[in-house]
Design a protein around this ligand. Structure first.
Ligand code: HEM
Length: 508
């Protein structure tokens, strides 16, 4: 009897084991189609793994889990990508599946309920915006017509630096570059208001900085369901307050524009981007009626997207040059040879300055202003053999891609010569270098940004030598990254400029 009981127990245990093994075997293939994932905690998922620099966390996890892996940020399913192969699939082969951006409560306020181009869901409104951006607002013709605005602001910047050089005074470059790019963008957008109302420049700059900060805050309400209706970190409150500030400013600017538009049309004066948008809003033949809210959201897009990123990129590039005097010397030699010392470098010189272009590419490789691209899958699809369900938040780690030893020899070395050896564009066609993203949702401001970065950096090294530190006695500068939605330096670059040529008689 005891034997029989023993056999029965063994039989039952065996049966259970077989069922378990069968179940495991059955469930394995389904599991293996999803990207690997670290151990997740209840409720918070992998939130505890995140730090103030998500691109670093994603990079370190990719070393452990591979170039495609899954995380749960609270209850939000995310997949993180970082390889060139996955970039090609995401942004080219399967581009149509990844054309949305994830929504969050902060962006709902800031973007006037998803009416901005950056956050608009993929659909007829986004397509309409894309069309007018490419054909009217940021196309070569409009950018050419606004060249005098950019040249004027650059001259103003160089004149400011020249005064500092005369007094041997240090310059905090992050703040000054930000002012310059902010002026360029806001003048191109809204023209007259900056010349007539100096104060507005400061207000816009503050708004852009505040937007960057609030967008860079990781909002628990968007990730943990029981915080959904609470504003524990005050993100919604701050977003509402920033939008209210922007709204009253942009209302004033639009009203001013409306008052003088007929005059501008009559005189045939150059239109700024807001004039063009107002024209489009009055055009009854357009497939979508552009409302005042749409215009405001779009103006904020361009200000937010265009200001910090170009300034930060120029600052990183100059910091690299200060740390690599040989590269700086070679860049100056090229400029002296092509441009000379009797006139200031201009945008039209850039095609003839391949080494300067290589420096900017190399700097964007190591310091992409948008280190992580965010998208959302629209439908179920597969990338790299893994299943990616619809409504998954996608993070593509551009920062990691630029440091991948599989594509880049000595990836951490700043060596612009690598771009002399291999011709490589940064506008979304080379899937090893994607500072402006790629595919249909890639950055529409890349041409403008590259013009501003090249001409600003080029003029700064044509006109001045740069001594690092408040007293000008540092031989190198630290390259520590700060936090934020863009990739700022942790410690702003402070330098004393010394004039190489006197730029004042050469400015307009
Ligand atoms: C160094 C400067 C800049 C960098 C590194 C940069 C980078 C990026 C990146 C990575 C994206 C996302 C692309 C994607 O999803 O594939 C993006 C989108 C965008 N950028 Fe830029 N950008 C810069 C300058 C500008 C400028 C100057 C403007 C406007 C004047 C601008 C306007 C936009 C807009 C409107 C989008 C959203 C496009 C969409 O969702 O369809 N950006 N940018």
């Amino acid at each position: 009897m005891a034997d029989f009981q023993g056999y029965l127990v063994i039989f039952l245990l065996g049966l259970i084991s077989i069922v378990i093994v069968k179940l495991l075997i059955k469930s394995k293939p389904a599991k293996s189609h999803l990207p690997p994932t670290p151990f997740a905690l209840p409720i918070i998922g992998h939130l505890h793994l995140l730090g103030p620099k998500p691109h670093h966390v994603f990079h370190n996890l990719s070393v452990q889990y591979g170039p495609v892996f899954r995380l749960f940020l609270g209850s939000v399913p995310c997949v993180i990508f970082s390889s060139s192969e996955s970039a090609k699939e995401l942004f080219k082969t399967s581009d149509s599946a990844f054309l949305d951006r994830p929504r969050n409560s902060c962006m709902d306020y800031i973007s006037y309920g998803g009416n901005s181009m950056i956050f608009a869901p993929y659909g007829s409104y986004w397509k309409f915006l894309k069309k007018i951006v490419m054909s009217e607002l940021l196309n070569a013709r409009t950018l050419d017509s606004l060249l005098p605005v950019r040249s004027y602001e650059l001259d103003r910047f160089i004149t400011f630096l020249s005064h500092k050089a005369k007094d041997a005074k240090p310059v905090e470059l992050q703040a000054e570059l930000m002012t310059m790019t902010n002026n360029v963008i806001s003048r191109m957008l809204t023209g007259k208001m900056c010349t007539s109302e100096g104060d507005d420049e400061g207000v816009i700059r503050r708004i852009v900085t505040d937007i960057g900060e609030v967008m860079g805050t990781f909002n628990l309400s968007d990730h943990i369901w029981f915080f959904q209706n609470l504003d524990v970190q005050g993100v919604k409150k701050r977003s509402k307050e920033i939008r209210a500030r922007f709204d009253s400013l942009i209302e004033k600017i639009i009203n001013e524009h409306e008052e003088v538009r007929n005059e501008i049309k009559r005189k045939g004066e150059v239109k700024d981007l807001l004039d063009i948008l107002l024209d489009i809003s009055e055009n009854e033949c357009m497939e979508i009626k552009l409302t005042r809210e749409h215009i405001k959201a779009f103006v904020l897009d361009i200000m937010g997207g265009g200001t910090h990123s170009s300034a930060i990129s120029t600052e990183w590039a100059l910091a690299e040059l200060i740390n690599h005097p040989n590269i700086m010397k070679k860049a100056i030699e090229e400029i002296d040879q092509v441009v000379g010392k009797n006139r200031l470098l201009q945008e039209s010189d850039i095609p003839n300055l391949p080494y300067l272009q290589a420096i900017v590419k190399e700097s964007l490789r190591l310091h992409p202003a948008a280190p992580v691209i965010q998208r959302q899958s629209i439908v179920d699809c597969s990338v790299g053999g893994y299943q990616i369900p619809a409504k998954t938040t996608i993070f593509f780690n551009v920062w990691s891609l630029g440091r991948d030893p599989n594509y880049w020899e000595s990836p951490l070395e700043f060596r612009p010569e690598r771009f002399e050896e291999k011709q490589m564009d940064v506008r979304g066609q080379n899937f090893q270098l994607l500072p402006f993203g790629s595919g249909r949702r890639m950055c529409p401001g890349s041409s403008l940004a590259l013009m501003v970065i090249h001409v600003t950096l080029g003029s700064m090294i044509q006109c001045f030598e740069w001594k690092a530190g408040k007293d000008g006695n540092l031989t190198s500068v630290d390259m520590e990254e700060g936090t934020g939605i863009t990739l700022p330096r942790a410690n702003p670059l402070v330098c004393i400029p010394t004039a190489r040529i006197d730029p004042l008689p050469l400015c307009m």
